[in-house]
Design a protein. Structure first.
Length: 333
């Protein structure tokens, strides 16, 4: 099997993103870092270290980018792992595809820092980024014209709740500058009543109910998992009104998919736009298995087009991607 279609290798790699009850915390963190950390960034992306709101961040700048567009990427890692370093490779590719600078905050992790520490860090970063970008836009605009920054909020896995929590608490003047929210394989309901946690057996090739349960146990107390800041699917209608356009990308085989469909529908019902981009036969966070799956590159290409060419259209679109030709010749089963 070619390296570009090594499904078994992809699953083995992606499982390192999940924190289950059988894995000691330090082992989980070190394996994740060792597997995903890289020294050399792709596509001539430049990295600088910067403090936004007293939170250390990576700022990843591709060779060509829109001067008034910036993305804040909130990394996953089951609330307890992941870092700027382990996401540099992935976020550098995202920066190139979207022609955007990407800010990756080093927010505080559980269990040393429980909820709402990470939420507070993300809010602090957003305020600082917004202020600096607003000043830069005003300095570069023609006299008498108002140019607002174009901010993209992106997140994967457990960090989807951080992105939603940020949005739930933003005033309209800030929300209006968020042009898109991009989510990869989002965790949208981690409450005790969630469909995944109440099922007799909820597991796919990478994710499981045990991972979600174990990750939340170190992040907050049990009853708080029904808080919309942790389970955005449970947000009331008022919290979902005037939401920026949302793009959710995930695999067809994920146990998280049904929650994503429900969340997308709730956004639509409240007058928002949402696109659910589903990739056949793909698993949780397949986009980070770019060394094993050619589909990973195609998926990020699509995200780049969404960020750079977005135009308002239908309230909701569910995209089921057709397998590329090589899959019909050499199926990934």
């Amino acid at each position: 099997m070619s390296m570009q279609n090594d499904r078994r290798g992809a699953i083995k790699r992606l499982k390192l993103l999940t924190y289950n009850s059988k894995t000691p915390l330090e082992v989980f963190r070190s394996k994740l870092e060792n597997e995903f950390k890289t020294v050399f960034l792709p596509n001539k992306v430049e990295r600088t270290e910067y403090k936004y709101g007293n939170v250390v961040c990576d700022v990843l700048s591709p060779e060509i980018y829109s001067s008034n567009r910036i993305m804040i990427y909130l990394h996953g890692g089951c609330f307890s792992g992941g870092s700027r370093a382990s996401y540099r490779d992935f976020c550098s590719s995202l920066a190139s595809k979207s022609y955007s600078r990407v800010v990756v905050p080093e927010y505080r992790l559980a269990p040393e820092y429980q909820y709402p520490c990470a939420v507070e860090d993300v809010q602090s970063v957003f305020r600082a980024v917004f202020t600096e970008e607003q000043i830069a836009c005003s300095l570069n605009s023609e006299p008498g014209t108002i140019v607002l920054p174009e901010i993209i909020i992106a997140a994967d896995g457990s960090a989807a709740s951080l992105a939603c929590s940020l949005l739930f608490n933003l005033r309209d003047k800030y929300r209006n500058c968020i042009k898109h929210v991009v989510m990869f394989s989002p965790w949208l309901d981690v409450s005790p009543q969630s469909e995944i946690l109440t099922a007799k057996k909820a597991v796919d090739e990478v994710m499981s109910a045990d991972v979600i349960r174990n990750s939340c146990s170190g992040y907050t107390y049990g009853a708080n998992t029904a808080n919309p800041s942790l389970s955005p699917l449970l947000a009331d209608d008022d919290m979902l009104k005037n939401f920026p356009p949302v793009f959710i990308q995930m695999g067809e085989k994920e146990i998280l998919l049904n929650d994503a469909k429900k969340f997308c529908q709730r956004l639509i019902d409240n007058g928002n736009e949402c696109t659910l981009d589903v990739w056949p036969k793909m698993m949780y966070m397949f986009q980070m298995a770019d060394k094993q799956l050619s589909t990973s590159h195609l998926a990020l290409d699509k995200v780049g087009k969404v960020v750079t060419n977005y135009t308002a259209g239908e309230k909701a679109i569910e995209i089921i991607n057709k397998p590329v030709l090589e899959y019909s010749l050499r199926a990934e089963s």
